[in-house]
Design a binder for this molecule. Sequence first.
Ligand SMILES: [Zn+2]
Length: 60
Amino acid sequence: MSDQVCKACKRIIEGKECAVCKSGDLTRSWKGTLIVYDTDSGLAKSAGQAVPGKYAMHIV
Ligand SMILES: [Zn+2]
């Protein structure tokens, strides 16, 4: 389990900083995974995600 979640944008990433917002504020505890393929979808918009990728649904 090398994946971590960026606390700023909830993106699930590998490595030590978020590729999107460059935040190094990460966590390994989250629940649920939201995969965004189409940023124009209602689901992605309601979740506030502007970049396709994998996101955590809830940071715990
Ligand atoms: Zn981020």
